[in-house]
Design a protein around this ligand. Structure first.
Ligand code: ADP
Ligand code: ZN
Ligand code: ZN
Length: 828
């Protein structure tokens, strides 16, 4: 039989609206499988790795298909289920499959011409079995350290080098180079075992005698090896590294024994998961409220697929998750446990590791790309090899939804209200909580959302029978919720009782806490020292040269910084507008709080937790760790201090300026303020002592402040719903935001009006704007927003199609070709 001519649709890592079709050279027919990577050229000579999406026998109609250059994988790296999720995301979030693929695949699986490679730490162990081309690459890397795949092409004088590179990566010779260098443990290890000939004990002991006389070091090594085997009955082989360490020997002596035919070496893939040998502990016994909640959850899951666990801070939601996970594992199912990136601390990781040991794997941005690939590959193939632990639980930030699961039974979305589950840039602008529910559905799995302060949408769905709900109203161990005290700072100021940014009450309470060796958390919703500088005479403030935003003063390096583009400016000696040299700071941020507090409490150890203090990779963990172990007395921070941390010695929480959050111009600012204040308050209190929260504000009668004071989520929710209904916001309306960007103001102004007009023709009054956003110029590009509000009952599919058509049409106009249009579905 003649084999057919095959064509494949390939997902390329580009924002192309359609998949590109390539032709398969006949000799590769047997190797193309959906989900494998292929190397193709696109737009001239640029090489990309793409993914095989479909295989067919019909050529494209409007262009001549180019041949694929090679197939990279022996086995698919993406599953059909993953494709289903990607397709949902591309359609729901109005983006391309290529963009979803870019977000989904770890960098190590995305080879491109510009990809940089470098040698692994242990590459020398693998150089014995290299061919000439590989030798050339290693040689170049030994000289240059880092080279791109393009350069490799030139060195080898051949076009397709991806397969060679991939092969070398698989063997542990090469790594994708990452800017932020992280430690990499090689995936492969060399194992030592006795060759079959020496299974004969007599022969072995003869050889030992012989060695003892001629080569005592080798004899010692062999003895150590045999001892290791004796100590561990199941063991037939030992990692070379381990053996050398145990025997205090070296590779050279191992090599000698290999030469003599006594030892055999084998390179094997090792899972880093089985490296840690932690003792697995039993889980805690649930308290009576947890027992009840746990039972209710399981009962509800008989009927419904999504459930909201509304449990106050420290009610022990995590314990319930642990029990749920255990049941899933017992059924042989996988669990995805999603947390906001920032809440993925060693605290929670250790808590899960303690119970589930190597069954748990972590997946988040602090892993290196190569480590991510390793997790991915481990997940891809359920191993039947007993010595390999199959991952059962993934503890992850939002990108955890992209892993190749095979048997997902439950997704937990902890702190489901957190807005960091939403990716803003780049596209796909997805919400991990919402996408997780779709992922769960693909597996007929359950979704458990958890929060002390649910998002309005989730609570709405839970009270309208779309989800089930279970509540926990008691903190574990009878610990009381903290008492909340309000301080009116306007009044305190009038009475001249404010000391800098602190009320007398707050200072007194801090003092008491410090005197009794208890800890304090201070929350200020801003970073930097004093956000802006202002001319006392004319009110001028220094602005970013690229963005329409004032620069923030940072004391640590005496600089002015733009929080939008990273521009760093010098501190002006005089006003650029009027020349006066009296320039003062206005407002205050975390850095300033930290500094002033140290004047009042010179003996206290004060630390700061915000974006600036946690730039380096492990600084966040470091600060949290020091606070946990009482090396820090007072922690001053932004939002970061509110994220699901469990400290047991904090008795005072101070919120320095509650109004700054409430006044933020966003329809969610009340909801978010409530969540932030309730969450940060939840850090106070411990077993023996009720905590205190001191809220400093301008208006203590503000409804949100009152609702926080009374711990009245329901009331906040009811009031918000009224507003949302009245002003057409979620959950009653869906929002889609279009952002236009261009360097020329006139182009964007005219363009935005044009597009808005086109949209209004089909969608009418649902289209708002165009409007300039709060910061109307970023990185030298002018911005315009168009907001579209669509009733929940209307067909969102139709609306999206109309929007897409209008945008496509707009982009086709010659005047506006260079305007970029970002589409953001559920933008807030
Ligand atoms: P949440 O996730 O609801 O904020 P956690 O699960 O973190 O609450 O529990 C708060 C604290 O109470 C933790 O220190 C946890 O170890 C402890 N705790 C919760 N449930 C139990 C239990 N059943 N037995 C013992 N300790 C518990
Ligand atoms: Zn800027
Ligand atoms: Zn001035």
């Amino acid at each position: 039989m003649i084999s057919p001519t095959l064509f494949i649709d390939v997902i390329l890592p580009l924002a192309l609206p359609k998949l590109y079709t390539y032709r398969v050279p006949m000799e590769l027919n047997d190797t193309v499988v959906i989900g494998k990577r292929v190397v193709v050229s696109f737009r001239g000579n640029k090489l990309y790795t793409g993914l095989i999406k479909t295989i067919k026998e019909t050529p494209p109609v409007d262009y001549e298909a180019k041949y694929i250059l090679s197939v990279l994988d022996d086995e698919p790296v993406v599953t059909e289920r993953q494709y289903e999720l990607w397709e949902w995301m591309a359609s729901y979030y109005m983006c391309t499959l290529g963009e979803v693929m870019n977000a989904a695949l770890p960098g190590g699986l995305k080879l491109q011409s510009e990809t940089k490679i470098t040698l692994t730490e242990g590459y020398k162990d693998h150089t014995k079995i290299m061919n000439d081309k590989e030798f050339l690459i290693v040689d170049a890397l030994e000289i240059n350290n880092i080279i791109t795949l393009d350069e490799v092409s030139k060195i080898l004088d051949q076009k397709t080098v991806f397969p060679i590179i991939k092969g070398m990566m698989d063997r542990g010779l090469l790594l994708i180079h990452e800017e932020m260098n992280t430690k990499y443990k090689p995936r492969k290890m060399i194992y030592v075992r006795l060759s079959d000939a020496y299974a004969d004990k007599n022969l072995l002991s003869k050889e030992l005698d012989l060695l003892g006389k001629k080569a005592p070091k080798q004899a010692e090594l062999l003895m150590s090896f045999l001892k290791l085997l004796m100590d561990n009955k199941d063991l037939r082989e030992v990692a070379r590294e381990e053996l050398i360490k145990y025997a205090d020997s070296s590779t050279a002596f191992v090599q000698e024994l290999v030469k003599k035919g006594i030892f055999e070496l084998e390179e094997k893939e090792v899972s880093r998961l089985s490296n840690s040998s932690q003792d697995v502990e039993d889980k805690l016994e649930l308290n009576e409220f947890q027992v009840q909640a746990f039972q209710e959850i399981k009962d509800h899951f008989q009927e419904k697929d999504i459930l909201l666990l509304h449990g106050i801070t420290s009610s022990g939601k995590t314990e319930i998750y642990i029990h749920m996970i255990e049941e899933m594992i017992a059924q042989g199912k996988q669990v995805l446990y999603l947390l906001p990136e920032i809440a993925l601390t060693t605290q929670i990781i250790n808590r899960l590791k303690k119970h589930f040991g190597n069954l748990v794997q972590i997946y988040h941005s602090r892993l290196s790309e190569n480590e991510r690939v390793e997790v991915w590959k481990n997940m891809l193939n359920k191993s039947t090899d007993k010595s390999v632990t199959n991952i059962s639980v993934i503890l992850a930030a939002r990108s955890g939804i992209f892993l190749p699961y095979h048997d997902l039974g439950l997704i937990i979305v902890d702190e489901e209200h957190e807005n960091s589950f939403k990716q803003y840039d780049p596209s796909p602008r997805y919400h991990a909580r919402d996408s997780a529910m779709v992922l769960a559905k693909l597996f007929h799995a359950k979704t458990l959302l958890g929060s002390a302060t649910p998002s309005i949408e989730s609570y709405y769905n839970a009270t309208n029978n779309k989800y089930e709900m279970v509540t926990l109203t008691k903190r574990h161990g009878g610990v009381l919720l903290p008492g909340i005290l309000l301080v009116n700072i306007a009044e305190e100021k009038r009475k001249k009782r404010m000391k800098s940014h602190f009320s007398q009450l707050l200072l007194d309470e801090i003092k008491i806490a410090l005197d009794t060796k208890e800890q304090v958390i201070l929350f200020q919703n801003r970073r930097g020292f004093a956000p802006i500088l202002e001319c006392v005479t004319c009110g001028w403030t220094p602005h970013c040269i690229n963005c329409d935003v004032s620069l923030t003063y940072h004391k640590a390096n005496e600089s002015l910084r733009c929080h939008y583009c990273g521009y760093v400016g010098k501190i002006p000696k005089s006003c650029s507008a009027c020349g006066n040299n009296d320039i003062k700071m206005k407002g205050f941020g975390t850095e300033k709080v930290e500094e002033e507090l140290s004047i009042f409490f010179p003996d206290a150890v004060i630390a700061r937790l915000d974006l600036d203090s946690t730039r380096s990779k492990y600084s966040y963990q470091q600060i949290i760790g020091d606070f946990e172990t009482n090396k820090i007395n007072v922690l001053v921070g932004t939002q970061m201090v509110t994220k699901g941390l469990d400290f047991n010695n904090v008795t005072i929480v101070g919120i320095l300026n509650a109004d700054s959050m409430l006044n933020f111009p966003d329809f969610r600012s009340f909801e978010r303020s409530y969540q932030l204040m309730a969450q940060v308050s939840g850090r106070a209190g411990r077993k023996q002592k009720r905590g205190k929260v001191i809220i400093q504000c301008q208006n203590e009668l503000h409804p949100i402040i009152q609702q926080v004071l009374n711990n009245d989520y329901e009331k906040m929710y009811a009031q918000e719903l009224l507003e949302r209904n009245k002003f057409h916001f979620p959950p009653y309306f869906r929002l889609i935001k279009l952002t236009l960007k261009h360097k020329d103001y006139n182009v964007i102004d005219n363009g935005a009006h044009q597009l808005a007009k086109d949209l209004k023709q089909v969608l009418g009054a649902r289209v708002l704007g165009p409007e300039a956003p709060l910061v109307a110029r970023v990185r030298n590009l002018f911005l315009k927003d168009i907001l579209i509000k669509i009733e929940r009952e209307a067909s969102i599919k139709n609306a999206k199609k109309m929007i897409m058509d209008a945008v496509t049409n707009f982009k086709g106009l010659s005047d506006y070709k260079s305007v970029s249009v970002h589409i953001d579905v559920d933008p807030y």
